[in-house]
Design a protein around this ligand. Structure first.
Ligand SMILES: C[S@@+](CC[C@H](N)C(=O)[O-])C[C@H]1O[C@@H](n2cnc3c(N)ncnc32)[C@H](O)[C@@H]1O
Length: 208
């Protein structure tokens, strides 16, 4: 575990600052991963979707229209923008709420699909958030992740250098696939590289 531990207060402070420019800065640059994740969701056609770390709601207008969609986030400033998209696109099947994805007020197995886009390397305790996603996913359901993961030795070195700064702006820079996905107990059925240099992966997994 890094000594530069990210706290929930760091995350809230960081996204309070990012909210106003988030879509301009991180919209297009991370869109390839979102598009690949959406293609996986479309194949599964779930009746219910939970998105943890919904942010400004960039994915919300693109989920299957018949699904019940719930988004959660710890940043009220990001959620204000997500609510704007819900209103703009008249997404009557969709709601968002302020809640910590590591401990959510939903029942075991409540959602057919739990989606984690670019959140597991931001949350203070990634394994706790992944365990919560597994708890909330129905036995026949899927957990989908898109995130950057540590790659080559050169990148690993750069990530280490970036780590103290990354903690200040609210994310874990070096992030191991084996540590967080490999050891999670998830049954991975599909992995696809995404974004610049394939630094991100889109992971589709079953919970049983
Ligand atoms: C990098 S943004 C991703 C936003 C969006 N999913 C996207 O595709 O752009 C990470 C989001 O996760 C939220 N977040 C971080 N930790 C969280 C937690 N424990 N529970 C809920 N949301 C969290 C942050 O507030 C932020 O809005």
């Amino acid at each position: 575990m890094s000594e530069h531990k990210v706290t929930l207060a760091d995350v809230k402070t960081s996204y309070r600052r990012w909210a106003g420019v988030y879509d301009s800065v991180f919209g297009a640059v991370l869109q390839d991963g979102r598009n690949k994740l959406l293609r996986q969701v479309a194949k599964l056609q779930p009746k219910s979707i939970l998105e943890i770390g919904v942010g400004t709601g960039l994915l919300l207008p693109h989920y299957p229209p018949l699904a019940r969609v719930v988004g959660v986030d710890v940043s009220e400033e990001m959620l204000v923008l997500a609510r704007g998209k819900i209103a703009k696109h008249n997404l009557t099947n969709t709601s968002v709420e302020l809640s910590d994805g590591e401990k959510l007020p939903f029942n075991d197995g409540e959602f057919e699909c739990v989606v984690l886009p670019y959140v597991i390397s931001v949350t203070p305790n990634p394994n706790a958030l992944i365990n919560e996603a597994i708890r909330l996913c129905s036995p026949e359901g899927h957990v989908l992740v898109v995130n950057h993961f540590s790659g080559s030795k050169t990148w690993a070195l750069l990530e280490k250098v970036a780590e103290p700064i990354a903690a200040k702006i609210g994310f874990h820079s070096s992030f191991s696939y084996d540590e967080h996905i490999g050891k999670s107990g998830l049954n991975v059925v599909h992995v696809e590289p995404a974004n610049l240099l394939g630094l991100s992966k889109v992971v589709t997994a079953r919970v049983t």
